[in-house]
Design a protein around this ligand. Structure first.
Ligand code: HSE
Length: 437
């Protein structure tokens, strides 16, 4: 059978690794796909540098447009990142009748609805396994392996750089900036690393996971996003002392009121498997009504792990090339006319437990006042602790773990607590999830 011809956009860390994996495992890949998969042309800004793979059979170009217009190319693999040029090139490729494989989470999260509609019109496939959690086949697991379930919730460590930073801070007391520089050197971080530390990259990925889990259109702009920059070593230590770990989680949950869609630092019990996912590794916990909780773990960033997902998508495309488009797995797991209009809840309407830390003047009656304010908002207390006085000797840190409550009620309580004369500065709040099955 004729080989599938691939046009590659981008020859950076993931692009180069994709060529290497395709060449190294060519025989196995052909046996799986039923036909060979060959890179016909690859384009990047600079193609003069020495590559670690064989370029003799690959046409190299600095013109990205040539790839999407190339008459021999069946599948365009987009690995340039960003959303402007990538969107134009992907839409052009679709218009030219080419299938698309992309690792671009920002592109899918922000423009996926438009891209899938164009692909549907043209009867071409757009696949994006590498966009979420690097080498973990989480899209395939939810879209196909769990197709018999109602997905109730999912929670994931879906940014390797952020997890690497939190792990190094906890284990080695490393400095935030040093660890971030190391993540950049290793090729884990985004071109703009604030995407990693502020949770934007994780929000892109969570948006995609929520759509395929719940059958809703992609709504990146409604995802609540909070970074890890304000997490202190004290919080990490207090969490550990209470039996918790702090992880930067993406959480998507179906409730009676709507969908919770949120990325933020989260305290989770240290006994959970996912609490022990360290370094650049990713993990996604998915709760289906039939299967119960399932956990997917693996490398969430880096060249070859991401290339593993890109090549799996190429094999899927090669297998499905001759299938009737109506019989293919839908882009967002649900048939386009089966997508549901379930609202995504604003953060004030989500429900969770909380860890609160506040600096309190060491005077009688202050804690009673704090408890009164919380009770006034209907907030129950699970744990309340007073720690050693701060260095200034004037305030003591007080730690509270609350029961589950609506965020709006917690906002109101925190506002009142911060207004007390005896409370110094802001109250630190970290949401707490028990991730019970
Ligand atoms: N910057 C991303 C991360 C790369 O650290 O997870 C993989 O999407």
């Amino acid at each position: 059978m004729k080989s599938v011809k691939v046009g590659l956009l981008g020859l950076g860390t993931v692009g180069g690794a994709t060529v290497s994996v395709l060449q190294r495992n060519a025989e196995e890949i052909q046996r799986r796909a039923g036909r060979g998969i060959e890179i016909a042309i690859a384009a990047a800004r600079d193609v003069s540098k020495p590559y670690s793979f064989d370029t003799s059979s690959i046409e190299l170009s600095t013109d990205l447009q040539v790839v999407v217009d190339h008459p021999d190319v069946d599948v365009v693999v987009e690995l340039i990142g960003g959303t402007d040029a990538a969107l134009e090139l992907v839409l052009q490729a679709i218009d030219n009748g080419k299938h698309v494989v992309t690792a671009n989470k920002a592109l899918i999260a922000k423009h996926g609805n438009e891209i899938f509609a164009a692909a549907q019109d043209k009867g071409v496939m757009v696949v994006f396994e590498a966009a979420v959690a690097g080498g973990i086949p989480i899209i395939k697991a939810i879209r196909e392996g769990l197709a018999g379930n109602q997905i109730e919730w999912l929670a994931g460590i879906i940014n390797g750089t952020g997890n690497f930073i939190l792990t190094e801070m906890r284990d080695n007391g490393s400095d935030f900036a040093d660890v971030l520089a190391e993540a950049q050197r290793l090729g884990y971080a985004e071109a703009d690393p604030t995407f990693d530390v502020e949770g934007i990259d994780a929000a892109h990925k969570l948006t995609i996971l929520a759509s395929i889990a719940f059958g809703i259109p992609l709504q990146f702009e409604k995802c609540y996003t909070e970074g890890i920059g304000h997490i202190t070593r004290d919080d990490v230590e207090y969490a550990e002392a209470l039996g918790y770990r702090i992880k930067h989680l993406g959480v998507a949950r179906r409730t009676e009121k709507g969908i919770e869609l949120r990325v933020h630092p989260t305290m989770i019990p240290e006994r959970c498997l996912i609490a022990n996912v360290d370094g650049v590794m990713n993990a996604v916990l998915v709760k289906g009504d039939a299967v119960g909780p399932t956990l997917y773990y693996g490398a969430g960033a880096g060249g070859e792990p991401t290339a593993s997902a890109v090549v799996a998508d190429l094999v899927d495309v090669a297998r499905m090339l001759t299938a009737n488009p109506e019989n293919r797995v839908p882009h967002l797991a649900f048939q386009p006319d089966g997508l549901a209009d379930i609202p995504v809840l604003p953060i004030e309407e989500i429900e969770t437990a909380y860890y609160l830390r506040m600096g309190v003047s060491d005077k009688p009656g202050v804690l009673a006042e704090v408890i009164r304010i919380l009770a006034g908002q209907g907030i129950g207390i699970e744990v309340m602790l007073q720690k050693e006085p701060n260095d200034d000797a004037l305030t003591v840190p007080v730690i509270i773990i609350s029961h589950c409550v609506c965020e709006g009620q917690m906002d109101a309580a925190i506002g009142r607590i911060e207004a007390l004369d005896a409370i110094q500065g802001k109250v630190t709040r970290i949401r707490l999830e028990t991730l019970d099955a």
